[in-house]
Design a protein around this ligand. Structure first.
Ligand code: RM4
Ligand code: MN
Ligand code: MN
Length: 426
């Protein structure tokens, strides 16, 4: 199913008057306090977040999986789903593939389809956390860190194959997330596991095309429950430094122990020019992969404050790869992704409203109360009219969720694909 402009404009008609009133009021207020409203809107329009191909079907837990009707059953259909989200939100102009879940026989056709929907290929993800059909070696006890050279070599080869696939599609980075670690004390020699991982990453790094980056993700636990080889940002940063300039750290919001100060991690990595990518989601307990902004929207805003600061002040940090990394156990995945995109835009817009000069001045004289006032005054602004205007300018829907529902998109997908399709992924 493909949406056209008319479909979307039609859903906007009865919302336009209300939007114009709200927008005029807010734009006037912001201009009076010296904000450059059109610059904010153009930044919001430019901000594009990749959708991972595995987020378009129903996710599951280890207790089961409840299928979502009309799920995409191949890569073409996944890209079509992203096309729908992008047409409505104008914020999802990229896809992040996971190999081998998204392996295809015809990458030219895949690229053509994506281009026709205005979607580019963001980072490609390797998968050495599951055994692949017909594979000679098993990753049960780790991949890049495994004690067996043959297993490590197979995992290195896989990452190189993923780079080759990404190259055909126009991707510019490889994301490596390892499930490697141990579930019981004594199971692994920490030093050997780390050394093997380092050496394996270096071998992969040698195969990176010159204009590519390698993004190294970290995670403190799960699926291993006692230790993870790349457990935190410090380990990822150290490995990236050892590999070289094109190796960078990737922050996934769900990959921290409770109460970690993620905004500070972001800030440190950007200062050192080593933040390469970002995975959005939200969580209450662990790597819950919940809708962005559904639990801790203020923390997200504080993180965006550091991102905005870093983008402006840290030319040493390369452009970031943005991706939503979420799972959908009970919601319609497309609706959930739309909600996540909205929350990201909201946090970004609010961070853009922070009066950075006054904040710096208040920090210099240690006016702690004023610092908090400045942050919270931006946070308390209802920025939704700005986001609506950014979407409207690019041809999107004023309310993507309402449009998705009034256009009855899920039922259209069920008609096309049937009820019992299953998407590849987790
Ligand atoms: C991991 C990690 C990776 C993602 C997999 C599916 O927890 O977040 O980024 O590729 O899940
Ligand atoms: Mn992730
Ligand atoms: Mn994760």
């Amino acid at each position: 199913m493909q949406l056209n402009d008319q479909h979307i404009q039609h859903t906007n008609n009865n919302k336009l008057k209300n939007h114009n009133e709200n927008y005029t009021f807010l734009a006037h207020k912001l201009s009076k306090s010296d904000h450059n409203v059109s610059e904010i809107i153009s930044k919001l329009s430019q901000f594009q977040v990749a959708i991972p191909s595995w987020a378009l079907g129903a996710g599951g837990t280890r207790f089961g999986r409840f299928s979502y009707h009309g799920e995409p059953s191949n890569l073409e259909q996944k890209i079509e789903d992203i096309g729908i989200i992008h047409a409505l939100t104008q914020t999802a102009g990229a896809v992040s593939l996971h190999i081998p879940w998204d392996a295809s026989n015809d990458y030219n056709a895949i690229k053509e389809l994506a281009t026709s929907l205005d979607i580019r290929f963001d980072a490609v993800n390797s998968n050495t956390f599951q055994d692949q059909e017909g594979a000679k070696e098993s990753y049960k006890y780790g991949s890049l860190s495994n004690t067996s050279r043959a297993v490590r070599e197979q995992a290195i080869r896989h990452n190189i194959d993923v780079i080759d696939i990404g190259n055909k599609l126009g991707s510019k980075s490889l994301t490596v997330w390892l499930a490697d670690g141990s579930s019981f004390p004594g199971q692994n020699n920490y030093q050997t596991a780390l050394q093997h991982t380092q050496d394996s990453l270096k071998s992969i790094y040698k195969h990176l095309p010159s204009d590519w980056n390698m993004l190294i993700e970290y995670k403190p636990y799960e699926p291993n429950f006692y230790s993870t080889v790349i457990q935190d940002w410090g380990t990822s940063f150290m490995l990236a430094n050892e590999c070289g300039e094109k190796a960078l750290s990737l922050v996934d919001l769900g990959h921290h122990l409770p109460n970690s100060n993620i905004e500070q991690i972001v800030s440190t990595l950007m200062l050192k020019g080593k933040l390469g990518g970002f995975h959005f989601n939200d969580s209450k307990y662990g790597d819950d992969d919940l809708t962005v902004g559904s639990i801790k929207p203020y923390a997200l805003f504080l993180i965006f404050n550091e991102l905005v600061y870093g983008i402006k002040n840290n030319p040493q940090n390369p452009e970031l790869s943005w991706m939503i990394d979420a799972s959908h156990n009970i919601k319609d995945p497309l609706e959930d992704l739309i909600q996540s995109l909205e929350a990201i835009q909201e946090a970004y817009a609010k961070a853009l409203l922070i009066d950075q000069d006054s904040l710096r001045a208040a920090q210099l004289i240690n006016d702690v109360v004023q610092c908090q006032e400045i942050l919270q005054s931006a946070y308390r602004t209802d920025v939704r009219p700005l986001i609506e205007r950014a979407r409207l300018n690019s041809g999107g829907a004023l309310s993507p969720i309402d449009a998705y529902r009034s256009l009855d998109i899920r039922n259209e997908l069920i008609k096309e694909r049937g009820k019992h399709t299953v998407a590849t992924g987790l």
